[in-house]
Design a protein around this ligand. Structure first.
Ligand SMILES: [Zn+2]
Length: 216
């Protein structure tokens, strides 16, 4: 065992770092509200971290002379190759989760005319409503700020999940749109659901939802 002290110490530190990463990630995930900002993608990252903890622990036991993998015919080289492989998988899954979260949060910088084309396509509208470029105002009941938005702003906010930002409702042949402007509220990023009628006038405010933020 004495000749393995360096490897054992490294592996123990590796396990401790992985466990602190799992704890940190769990706190971060509480900031990502359910169904918002790809919370599920981070669950995959967390599962991979658990597998690493198991792999490192099995490796440490082998260094201490209890070779469970050897017992089932898995060599040390195979173990190293598996760690390399899953290290690669972990990296790509994490990078994709970060990319998708940034897309969800930042949206996309689209010029007004392009954004309005997207709005018309999503809503299937043929005629362009008169006030499509107007500034709409809604008051946030949490921070009490006046949230000013245009239809183009909402398209930009939800560029990667447009069906979440703009929804069409049809009740007794009357069309209305659920528009979800996003603003930086005092406790995080908040989305307000505002119902507009088919001429885009604001009809009522339905929901006020925290997307990420809150206290840890
Ligand atoms: Zn607010």
């Amino acid at each position: 065992m004495a000749e393995n002290v360096f490897e054992i110490v490294l592996t123990v530190f590796g396990i401790l770092i992985l466990i602190s990463t799992i704890i940190t990630l769990t706190f971060v995930m509480t900031l990502l509200r359910k169904r918002a900002y790809g919370r599920r993608r981070w669950v995959i990252v967390q599962i991979l971290l658990f597998f690493f903890v198991i792999g490192y622990t099995v490796n440490m036991l082998a260094l201490l002379g209890r070779d469970y993998l050897g017992d089932i015919g898995v060599s040390a080289q195979t173990m190293v190759s598996l760690v390399y492989f899953f290290g690669g998988v972990f990296t790509i899954v994490t990078i994709l989760a970060i990319r998708n979260m940034l897309r969800d949060i930042l949206g996309k910088d689209i010029p007004d005319n392009e954004a309005l084309k997207i709005f018309l396509r999503v809503t299937g509208s043929e005629s362009i409503p008169e006030n499509i470029l107007s500034n709409f105002t809604v008051q946030c009941e949490v921070c009490e700020e006046r949230v000013i938005y245009t239809i183009a702003d909402v398209v930009r906010n939800h560029a990667f999940a447009i069906e979440r930002g703009i929804q069409i409702e049809e009740v007794f042949g009357t069309r209305s749109f659920k528009i979800r402007p996003v603003h930086k509220c005092k406790d995080g990023r908040r989305e307000i659901t505002v119902v507009h009628d088919n001429k885009l006038a604001i009809r009522n405010v339905e929901e006020n939802r925290l997307l990420y933020g809150g206290s840890l």
